[in-house]
Design a protein around this ligand. Sequence first.
Ligand code: KG4
Ligand code: ZN
Length: 336
Amino acid sequence: MNVIGIESSCDETSVAIISNGELKTNLVSSQDFHIEYGGVVPELSSRAHLQRINPLVKDALIKSQLTLENIDLITATAGPGLIGALLVGYTYAKGLAYSLKKTFVPVNHIEGHIFSGFLMEDKPEYPILTLVVSGGHTLLLIAESPIKIRILGTTIDDAAGEAFDKVAKMIGLGYPGGPKIQSVASKGNKDAINFPIAELKQQYHFSFSGLKTAVLRYIQALTKNGELGESQLNDIAASFQNAVVKALSRQVKKAIQNFQVKSISLVGGVAANKAIREEIINIGNKHGLKVVIPNYEFCGDNAAMIALRGQMLYESGERFSLDTPPFPSLKSKYFI
Ligand code: KG4
Ligand code: ZN
């Protein structure tokens, strides 16, 4: 079976092909031009997807030595994401499916991230405690099967990636903030500043807005006496990153105590963060759990995870109509 995946939910246009279970190609075209605006400009993102999608599909087919006629399953991100951006890839995929009379599978972007560990050679085993940390979402859940996802907690305000991006902006590091904070943090002392971690009543939920405000207040107090020095910046980044690591790991540890799971998986754009990866590996090893964290290529937005999730749903017996509208929100019938 040959599956094509198309992803266009934010600022990455991506096309992937999985052939008989093997990932043949995963092309990602990143829209770096948003950097000069300090964040993703939705209208520019849609236009760029429109320009890039067709050449990317052609390239992906050539690299996989396939033609459109050889494709059995057409999958695309249906949401959540920027609606204008989503529509480009989603409508394109539907058009292909309609004209070629192929089966179409709409895919929830977050479900793509959730199961991205299955792109690795050593696959997770159900039930999988999964921490999703991306620019728009932070979720702790247990994937019990491909179509049963038990949500334990979400963020009540900012997503983890959003917190990285906002703090990076505050200290003048620019966009996207995550990788920049990580690099500056590597030169700082993570115990220099004790930023607060929110204690929430809801057991597995997260909150990052208080932490973000604490960083802002700290910077405001320091800059009264002039510009921040390099070592101060490094310490702020390292201490902030450490607070995020602690906030995430606290809920993960709690979940391990209360639920029987076989594996633990860390996914989403923020899963590229070295300190967070190390923490999850440590926790998993300590509890004798299999740890599966996707390679960097599969942490950020990519179509390989969309093609994989589409095929997973199809093989689970799920069928979809071409009338399925795109959805900008997180909802999924597989979430329990
Ligand atoms: O999953 P993703 O590529 O897009 C969404 O679906 O949101 O996640 C993007 C987020 C951004 O907030 C970016 O700053 C963050 O992932 N990110 C990181 C790192 N690399 C990317 N955050 C922390 N450390 C990193 N190394
Ligand atoms: Zn994503």
